[in-house]
Design a binder for this molecule. Structure first.
Ligand code: FES
Ligand SMILES: [Fe+2]
Length: 335
């Protein structure tokens, strides 16, 4: 185990749950970015993620807090807080306490997932988290895929992993042969690290095809450092979402979701057996990555080969934009 030297409070979008885990009326406890938080879904369906402690006398709202229409009621003295974290009712006073507010986090909900925007300086979101099913601008939508939750997801908690380790997979052509047992080394056809949302495309062959003949590939859209969406072509139609969310200064949760393309004219919510088997194989490949990441020590500066230099340098430079301004990667030490 090796604690990462990289900052564990990066800026960006981070998945904190799958949508189905927070039904109307649910209050869910979570800890991310060293902060006790709760997520609750109001009667109208809106998810709010906020700090867990009541601004009155500090009850933890995740232990007995109840959803009341569009507000959350504290279990201690019944004060009610709205979806903006504002106090809207003190049951035994004429007026609410307008001055006090519980910190809330911007929420995005799509791709069967709930994301929060985290920024240590509390800036508003300045980029979006890409919808994995519609975001590749190819006319596809959720209707073209079997639902993933309950069928093809992976959750691992409290691993000594930094989100950047996972993003570095997107430039790491050499690991495919060893970690994923692909016969050919993938070829990157696009590396675009110009903006907070970055793009990586590569071709890959999982079957033995004559060298130079490519039969499949992957496109990836990284929405900041916490969330990566992929679309595959040439193999069974699938999409994946990889999300790494820091818990404290050394550990993160990983969520991985796989959607398999529907068989034509199949409206079922239940994926076919073949789809499930395929999703399982994709998850197994991802577990091979996790096995490396969770025992890895961040190497800085790394011993890169000539053909690795450009990709790794680009992604590590790109990553620094999500870290506090005073973070100096040259001073980050791993020993
Ligand atoms: S502590 Fe929440 S209402 Fe008193
Ligand atoms: Fe990998």
């Amino acid at each position: 185990m090796a604690k990462t030297p990289l900052p564990m409070k990066p800026t960006g979008w981070f998945q904190v749950a799958w949508s189905a885990e927070i039904l109307v009326g649910d209050v869910r406890r979570m800890k991310y970015f060293d902060t006790e938080m709760i997520a609750w879904r109001s009667a109208s369906g809106q998810v709010t993620v906020m700090d867990a402690y009541c601004e009155h006398l500090g009850a933890h709202l995740g232990y007995g807090g109840t959803v009341n229409g569009e507000t959350l009621q504290c279990p201690f003295h019944g004060w009610q807080w709205n979806t903006e974290g504002r106090n809207v009712c003190i049951p035994y006073e004429k007026h609410p306490n307008k001055a006090r507010r519980i910190r809330t986090y911007p929420v995005a909900e799509h791709s069967e997932s709930v994301f929060i925007w985290y920024d240590a300086d509390r800036r508003e979101p300045y980029f979006d988290v890409t919808n994995v099913l519609t975001g590749f601008d190819d006319g596809r939508s959720a209707a073209d895929y079997y639902p993933a939750y309950g069928h093809s997801t992976l959750f691992e908690t409290a691993l000594e992993i930094h989100p950047q380790y996972v993003m570095e997979n997107g430039v790491d052509f050499a690991h495919f042969k060893y970690v994923h047992k692909t016969p050919l080394v993938p070829e990157f056809t696009r590396h675009d690290f110009e903006a907070p949302v970055s793009y990586v495309d590569f071709t890959i062959a999982f079957e033995d095809v004559p060298a130079g003949e490519v039969n499949s590939g992957v496109q990836a859209i990284n929405s900041g450092i916490g969330v990566a969406a992929t679309k595959s072509w040439g193999m069974i139609d699938n999409r994946t979402l990889t999300a790494v969310t820091p818990i404290d200064d050394s550990t993160s949760d990983i969520r991985f979701t796989v959607w398999i393309g529907r068989k034509p004219h199949d409206d079922s919510d239940q994926p076919t057996r073949r789809a499930l088997e395929y999703a399982e194989a994709v998850i197994e490949q991802f577990q091979n990555d996790i096995h490396i990441w969770k025992h890895q020590r961040y190497s800085d500066p790394p011993a890169l080969s000539p053909s690795e230099f450009k990709g790794f340098t680009a992604i590590r430079e790109w990553a620094t934009q999500f870290y506090p301004a005073d973070f100096d990667c040259r001073k980050a030490t791993t020993r």
